[in-house]
Design a protein around this ligand. Structure first.
Ligand code: T3D
Length: 258
């Protein structure tokens, strides 16, 4: 039987997905996209999953679109619309926090796939490359939206036009990613972070992501009103009651909403 293109593991309440085409630096093929999509949907539908970690097998995270795949050069616009856009939106709408554990090079759509996750934790040896310009394309998988919001227009354009490698430490310094971690500690520290998030009120964490993303498209007064609406919804959840009760009773909370 063929090896799965996405490995799926569950550790407690954490679902870990590993892109598994190491010989081609886990670049995306149509088949890998299908397995990834099914794995993401399954994680979203599984009430036992409270945090998702995505990483790559071997020395790379993901080198973007597999340039040998037959759809490339023929139907690129359709590939972006039908595959990368839904992938980016699927990540942005996951009901639980999503961590990209960037174990090695993240290039092209592979870089932006990582950057679209809630927390990006990268090994010191990892690099981020907006490889698109080198083959005459523009950033996709959310790159044109994410980059200026993460690092500002000047850095976004610099990264996208040059296609230069950005070391993980520089990515952290620039605010492109959450943390850069020694290679040897990456897996343990990321899984510890995932376990910590999984024990938190994840419904509120997903709402936090949604509210922050939406706030960037509206004015200050509208953002303040949005906060009020979302806060109202959150305060009606069992997690809010549990959080307040646990605080008052001086005990550890046990959150269950999703
Ligand atoms: O339809 C559409 O195209 C629209 C969507 C576009 C989205 C995109 O992602 S466009 C951008 C596509 N990605 C790239 O352009 C990156 C291409 N890869 C590289 O530039 C380099 O491989 C890296 C900088 C990422 C890593 O370099 P290095 O020296 O560490 O490794 P390598 O030797 O280049 O790669 C190792 C193997 O992976 C190699 O195979 P081989 O020779 O050992 O059999 C290489 O061909 C393969 N590989 C790496 N990236 C891809 C790939 N094979 C197919 N597609 C790739 N993207």
């Amino acid at each position: 039987m063929a090896e799965p293109l996405v490995l799926i593991e569950t550790v407690g309440a954490v679902r870990k997905l590993t892109l598994n085409r190491p010989a081609a630096l886990n670049s995306f093929t149509a088949a890998m996209h299908r397995e990834l999509r099914a794995a993401l949907d399954a994680a979203a539908d599984d009430a036992g999953v409270r945090c998702l970690v995505i990483t790559g097998a071997g020395r790379g995270f993901c080198a973007g679109q597999d340039l040998n795949d037959s759809d490339v050069n023929t139907d690129t616009g359709a590939v972006v619309e039908k595959i990368y856009k839904p992938l980016a939106l699927r990540i942005a709408s996951m009901p639980v926090p999503v961590i990209a554990m960037v174990n090695g090079v993240a290039a092209g759509a592979g870089a932006n796939f990582a950057l679209g996750c809630d927390l990006v934790v990268a090994a010191k040896s990892a690099v981020f490359i907006q490889a698109f310009s080198k083959i005459g394309l523009v950033p996709d998988c959310g790159g044109t939206w994410l980059l200026p919001r993460l690092v500002g227009r000047a850095k976004a354009i610099g990264l996208a036009m040059t296609g230069d490698k950005l070391a993980a430490e520089d990515a952290e310094r620039m605010g492109l990613i959450w943390r850069c971690i020694d290679d040897a500690a990456l897996a343990d520290q990321t899984m510890a972070l995932a376990a910590k998030l999984a024990a938190m009120p994840v419904k509120a964490l997903a709402a936090t992501r949604r509210t922050i993303d939406e706030s960037m498209m509206i004015d200050y007064a509208a953002a303040l009103s949005l906060e009020g609406r979302v806060q109202q919804q959150m305060s009606e959840q069992a997690d809010f009651r549990e959080g307040v009760a646990a605080f008052l009773e001086k005990r550890a909370p046990k959150f269950g909403d999703r």
